[in-house]
Structure formats: structure tokens, C-alpha cells
Design a protein around this ligand. Structure first.
Ligand SMILES: Nc1ccn([C@H]2C[C@H](O)[C@@H](COP(=O)(O)OP(=O)(O)OP(=O)(O)O)O2)c(=O)n1
Length: 137
């Protein structure tokens, strides 16, 4: 194998194992935690200047496109993704995360509290769609 490729593979392996550690260490991740980490991520890279609401929205839409590609041409997909490979599931996790991370950043640069807004919206939805008849499942 080419030396560069070996280094890349090793790097990918290290990244994967540190990613597994992060997943184990943080069970309940808050939107606030993600927002703060993202703000720091952008700050230390000097990217804050590019993270305008419009740019973040466009980035978000781009990631929604990448997320859609995973489902494209697969036909209907069963809940729990029983026939998907672990690579496919990992890919899905990454694209879902990209969408979430841009969404959180968008809300942040707009000065909005996404967690509070989402809770308020759930309450509003419940008022709009009252429970009429509970079906047994
Ligand atoms: N200016 C930027 C660039 C990236 N990101 C973060 C948010 C996303 O989680 C991820 C997006 O990175 P890429 O643009 O490299 O997109 P992908 O990870 O989807 O890579 P690719 O498009 O090569 O599949 O990085 C960010 O916060 N701000």
C-alpha cells in the first residue's frame, strides 16, 4: 500500500476510536453544549466572519441534500434500518449531524434559543392537534 494511504488509514482509525470515546463520555448531549462547542470551533479557525445567517442556511440546505442522497433510489426503508450496513448507518449519522450542527449554528447567529423555541413549538403543536382518540397499537 502507498505510504500516504497507510497514514490516512491510521489517522481514520485514530479518529474513529476518539469518536467512539466521545460517544461514550457524553450520554445526554444538550443543544447548549453543541452550540458552545460549535461557536468555539468557528472562533479558533477564524470562521466566525463567514458564519452569517445566510451562509449557514445555505450550508444547512446543502447538507440536507447530502442526507437525501443516502435515501435516494433505495425505495421504502423500514424503521430501525434493519438491512443497512454499519457503514451506511454511520454515514447517515454523519449527515444527520451535519444538518443538526448547521441548524444549531444558524439559530445561534440569529440570537435564538433553539431548545426553548422547539419546546414552545411542541406545546403549540399539541394545542393545534389535540388528542381526540387514542388508538391502541
Ligand atoms: N465553515 C464551516 C465548515 C464546516 N463546518 C462543520 C459543520 C459540519 O458538521 C461539517 C461540514 O463539513 P464539510 O463542508 O467538509 O462537509 P462534509 O463533512 O459533509 O464533507 P463532504 O461534503 O466532503 O462529504 O463541518 C462548520 O461548522 N463551518
Amino acid at each position: 500500500m502507498h505510504e500516504g494511504k497507510t497514514i490516512t488509514k491510521r489517522k481514520e482509525k485514530m479518529e474513529k476510536s476518539s469518536y467512539e470515546c466521545v460517544k461514550k463520555a457524553y450520554k445526554d448531549v444538550s443543544l447548549q453544549e453543541l452550540r458552545d462547542r460549535l461557536a468555539e470551533f468557528a472562533e479558533v479557525r477564524g470562521w466566525k466572519q463567514y458564519h452569517s445567517p445566510r451562509n449557514l442556511l445555505l450550508a444547512l440546505v446543502g447538507e440536507v441534500g447530502e442526507l437525501s442522497e443516502i435515501f435516494q433510489w433505495r425505495g421504502e426503508v423500514a424503521r430501525g434500518l434493519p438491512n443497512w450496513s454499519s457503514d451506511d448507518k454511520e454515514h447517515l449519522e454523519e449527515e444527520l449531524s451535519d444538518v443538526l450542527l448547521y441548524l444549531i449554528q444558524l439559530a445561534d447567529v440569529c440570537g435564538l434559543d433553539l431548545g426553548q423555541a422547539a419546546l414552545a413549538k411542541i406545546v403549540k403543536n399539541a394545542r393545534k392537534y389535540p388528542v381526540i382518540n387514542q388508538k391502541s397499537s
